[in-house]
Design a protein around this ligand. Structure first.
Ligand code: NAD
Ligand code: DAU
Length: 359
């Protein structure tokens, strides 16, 4: 099916991060006349290594900068006449938000407002036609709070964020909707569950565990390991974003999920099986590394997504079985030891030791 909207000049924010790098790669591949500008501050989580295979593509340009830098953003809008913004830049790690919430408010709230303001100035007013523009905010299922054993988050679930991270993302969702309702800015929002795959910074659960199993270091499981997350292959998230950008209705929200719930402890067991097997160790070797540690403060119990809207309205659904995705993911991290070591050197080492000691 052909796309409802066509975009030629796209600003992607946070494109040097985990999901953003997959999104840029996908957009360039799927849309032969699309030009992408990647604006990224290259915080600890951003790494140009994630984009090495496309850095010489003539339809791609990188700008190092802060989404909160209003002058820079205004200048980029003039220079490139963006018809779409795909906004992924954020502080994204819940544990860091508990330690240092202000950075989250700065980037996720003020940064998003700065981008909205720039898009409004560039696209609206003076008889301008904004009907083929789109401000796309990439958000999270964590805005809906925490589920018990039953139920799913849908697009109409009330917001109930509980961590500094999730409340900063909820705030930014509200701002995006406010700019739509008040000024008429064309927007879409998607709220997605936990992503996994290549290039995820190894302080998030899956790459952290793969790395520690590889190195035979302790595996820190928070609380009793009974919290549940709904895992989605990052390339499926990128395909969903591509679909929503091109075919989503302005002002609408879409939930994206994998229908793939795992208790953390079961996932750690699965990773132990995969990594031990890939490294030729006897089955069960790394089970003894599991270490139950103090729970995350305010730890949300369960997330699970009802993704029926995006399937029925836009025809999107996840493409890959979790078992296959997990195998491929383990393979990627083991084959890319250099990436893992380079992104976790320097500043990260200090952070890790402060947060986790040597566990
Ligand atoms: P990430 O932490 O891997 O990447 C974030 C990127 O944003 C990095 O490249 C970083 O350098 C950049 N950045 C941070 N602050 C910036 C600033 N002030 N200006 C410009 N760039 C800045 O995050 P991710 O996991 O790829 O998540 C991307 C987006 O998707 C986030 O908005 C996140 O809330 C959302 N999301 C993530 C998941 C997930 O499972 N990882 C799920 C749902 C939604
Ligand atoms: O649901 C979407 C969200 O998923 C995104 O919005 C966030 O950006 C992304 O980081 C992710 O948040 P989580 O907090 O769910 O992801 P994380 O990988 O940090 O943790 C997954 C689960 O594993 C969670 O229940 C906490 C637990 N955990 C995590 C770490 C890092 C552990 O038990 N041990 C650990 O060392």
């Amino acid at each position: 099916a052909s796309d409802m909207n066509q975009f030629k000049n796209i600003l992607v924010t946070g494109g040097a991060g985990f999901i953003g790098s997959h999104v840029i790669r996908r957009l360039l591949k799927e849309h032969a006349d699309m030009h992408v500008v990647n604006l990224d501050l290259l915080t600890y989580a951003g790494n140009l290594e994630n984009l090495r295979d496309i850095e010489s593509n003539e339809r791609y340009a990188f700008v190092k900068g802060d989404i909160g830098d209003a002058a820079l953003i205004a200048q980029l809008f003039v220079q490139h006449d963006f018809d779409a913004v795909v906004h992924l830049a954020a502080e994204s790690h819940v544990d860091r938000s508990i330690e240092n919430p202000m950075a989250f408010l700065e980037t996720n709230i003020i940064g998003t407002a700065t981008l909205l303001h720039a898009a409004k100035n560039a696209w609206l007013g003076d008889g301008k036609d904004a009907s083929n523009r789109c401000f796309y905010h990439v958000s999270t299922d964590e805005v809906y709070g925490s589920l018990g054993a039953e139920g799913l988050f849908s697009e109409t679930t009330s917001y109930d964020p509980r961590s500094p991270y999730s409340s900063s993302k909820a705030s930014s969702d509200h701002l995006v909707r406010a700019w739509h309702h008040t000024y008429g800015l064309p927007i879409v929002i998607s709220n997605c569950s936990n992503n996994y795959g290549a290039h995820q910074f190894p302080e998030k659960l899956i790459p952290l565990m793969i790395r520690n199993i590889r190195d035979q270091r302790p595996l820190p499981v928070y609380g009793e390991g009974l919290n549940i997350r709904d895992w989605l292959w990052v390339e499926d998230h990128a395909s969903a974003i591509d679909t929503i950008l091109h075919n989503g209705a302005s002002g609408r929200t879409y939930n994206i999920g994998g229908l793939n719930e795992w208790r953390n402890i079961d996932l750690v067991h699965a990773l132990i099986r995969e990594v031990d097997a890939a490294m030729g160790r006897p089955e069960g070797t790394s089970l003894e590394l599991i270490t139950y540690v103090t729970d995350r403060a305010g730890h949300d119990m369960r997330y699970a997504i009802d993704a029926s809207r995006i399937e029925s309205e836009l025809g999107w659904k996840p493409s890959i079985q979790f078992e296959d995705g997990l195998k491929e993911t383990v393979r990627w991290y083991l084959d890319n030891a250099e990436w893992m070591d380079s992104v976790t050197s320097g500043n990260y080492q200090q952070y890790y030791e402060t947060m986790y000691g040597n566990r």
